[in-house]
Design a protein around this ligand. Structure first.
Ligand SMILES: Cc1cc2nc3c(=O)[nH]c(=O)nc-3n(C[C@H](O)[C@H](O)[C@H](O)COP(=O)(O)OP(=O)(O)OC[C@H]3O[C@@H](n4cnc5c(N)ncnc54)[C@H](O)[C@@H]3O)c2cc1C
Length: 511
């Protein structure tokens, strides 16, 4: 087979580039004449985005597959445990307005019975608190696991908050040293190949032309190959997701301060603020729509939130949207080069993981099979981008806030039809797995349940439960309370567990 796919060239060394290199390298370990050669080129001149601190639980499997130790990762990346997101002031804007989107599933499989039981036995509690073990009031500063548990295993489902720059550095060292990835620090100046055919090579400033069979575009917003070389169109989604700027800062913390287990997302007059606790700082960012808020006002809102007038802030501009397709000819875009939707619910890194996983699993053997794999990839990922857009929009549609930004967010012309149709049926029944078509949905039905009921939707269902089911669900709900108490009493705090791991790592180094 002379058109065998053997040389993979990844351009870009941000989170997307290094995670992709790690997942491909770990799955295809043979670097001999019959194996894959994987080269990553990153420009010393173009910085990475350097934000992206919230992740999704898939990241545990990803890091384990790449072969990282969880302790090393937590210590080196200043990371902490994330057990979900908390949304403050999204519904009415009042001080009491707060709900959770935890990572654990609600307790029962039958959504309608579950809603009836919630209304019958615990109407005073929130949906998450009544039905999810991860939502007890005492859990917010606790780790999801004991120190004695094996790497990547938890008593509760979890992801991480992390320093994205340090993660890229750690991945770079690990994949080059242990997975045999070739690393070239150089700037790509040209893409060589016809616009209607395959890319043959990329020209670098110092290392000449680097040839490849498959090119992975991880060049961030520049989208050097898919966007600039091939001109694959960008579908702008800013009429649905209005935010286009983030003003970010880092707030130092004391090493005894509690570390929150949730990303705290606090709504403001024209957007929201993320607040992410790491071991030695908080990452805070004010996300807003420039049509509704000036940069000066955003800075006021951010500084009020962090209660500080001096800390440096950095402005990032973005546009919510994605390319019409992601794999074109012999070029696949992963990461910001494929698209970006605003940072709510941290959907970007998970899409990188899913893209790299699918490529690693379905790696085309020859140029002929590449077109088939590309078609499948594009179908699946078009679906995923569309569902994420709907899920993010859901957070805005159910708000009752009255500022112009929020009122406009509820206008029917800004709401995707499929989301509107779903909202119509969810008036009568809960979001169910049959509303979604893929086996591995980025946001499953339970995520929608936490948002719609967290935001106060009251389903019009009859509260009567069949006696046998009633007894079973009542028992499950009592178990939720028992487990919530047991976790609150038995789990260490984030700070204590992470400090213990740090100490262990320092002792090992000095031994
Ligand atoms: C405000 C904001 C908040 C975010 N928050 C989150 C979050 O909480 N969770 C989450 O999952 N995601 C988040 N993201 C997204 C996340 O930051 C990105 O998805 C992630 O960092 C991947 O970026 P990337 O690697 O695609 O691009 P980049 O980080 O931009 O990396 C691009 C790479 O391409 C290289 N490059 C560019 N041009 C050339 C060239 N000519 N030659 C060679 N190399 C080149 C650069 O040197 C760099 O290495 C956020 C994004 C923004 C803007």
């Amino acid at each position: 087979m002379n058109d065998r796919v053997r040389n993979i060239v990844i351009v870009g060394g941000g989170t997307a580039g290094w995670l992709t290199a790690g997942l491909l390298g770990a799955r295809h370990k043979d670097r001999g004449p019959n194996g894959l050669s994987i080269t990553l080129i990153e420009s010393p001149d173009v910085p990475t985005v350097g934000v992206g601190e919230g992740t999704w639980p898939t990241i545990r499997k990803t890091l384990a597959r790449i072969g990282l130790s969880e302790t090393n990762f937590l210590v080196k990346c200043g990371a902490s445990f994330k057990q979900g997101s908390r949304f403050d002031r999204w519904v009415t804007g009042s001080d009491e307005d707060s709900y959770l989107h935890p990572f654990e599933l609600p307790v029962s499989q039958n959504g309608t019975d579950m809603l009836r039981a919630w209304q019958k036995f615990a109407p005073e509690k929130s949906f998450a608190q009544a039905l999810c073990v991860q939502s007890a009031p005492g859990l917010q500063n606790l780790a999801p696991r004991q120190r004695s548990m094996p790497d990547f295993v938890g008593a509760l489902n979890y992801a991480y908050h992390l320093d994205a720059v340090k993660l890229a550095e750690m991945l770079r060292t690990h994949v080059v040293e242990t997975l045999g990835i070739i690393h070239i620090s150089d700037h790509v100046t040209d893409i060589n190949g016809p616009k209607d055919g395959d890319i043959k090579s990329v020209t670098t400033r110092e290392n000449g032309d680097i040839e490849g069979d498959l090119f992975i575009d991880c060049t961030g917003h520049r989208s050097l190959m898919l966007g600039q070389h091939y001109g694959v169109d960008f579908i702008d989604q800013s009429h649905v997701l209005f935010n286009d700027r983030a003003l970010v800062t880092q707030v130092p913390v004391d090493e005894t301060d509690a570390i929150r287990s949730e990303t705290i997302s606090t709504a403001h007059e024209a957007g929201w603020i993320w607040d992410i606790g790491l071991t030695c700082r908080r990452g805070v960012g004010c996300v807003y729509a420039s049509k509704y808020m000036s940069d000066e006002r955003a800075e006021e809102v951010l500084r009020d939130y962090i209660n500080d007038k001096e800390l440096p802030v950095r402005l990032l501009k973005f546009q919510s949207g994605h390319r019409t397709h992601f794999w074109h000819q012999n070029c696949l875009a992963i990461g910001l080069s494929a698209g970006f939707l605003e940072p709510l619910e941290a959907s970007a890194i998970v899409l990188v993981e899913l893209s790299a996983e699918m490529l690693a699993e379905n790696m085309p053997v020859s140029r002929q099979t590449m077109s088939v794999e590309a078609r499948k990839f594009n179908e699946i990922f078009k679906y995923r981008w569309a569902r994420i857009i709907e899920f993010l929009k859901l957070h805005y549609v159910l708000s009752q806030r009255t500022e112009p930004y929020w009122v406009d967010n509820r206008k029917s012309e800004t709401i995707p039809q499929r989301l509107q149709d779903n909202l119509d049926v969810w008036t009568y029944r809960p979001p169910s797995q049959y509303d979604f078509e893929q086996n591995s949905e980025v946001f499953p039905a339970s995520s929608y349940q936490f948002i719609v009921y967290g935001m106060g939707m009251k389903p019009a269902i009859h509260p009567t439960l069949e006696p046998r089911i009633q007894a079973a669900i009542q028992q499950q709900m009592q178990n939720v309370v028992k487990k919530q108490r047991a976790f609150a009493a038995g789990l260490p705090t984030n700070r204590a567990l992470l400090a213990g791991l740090q100490k262990q790592s320092t002792q090992r180094k000095s031994a």
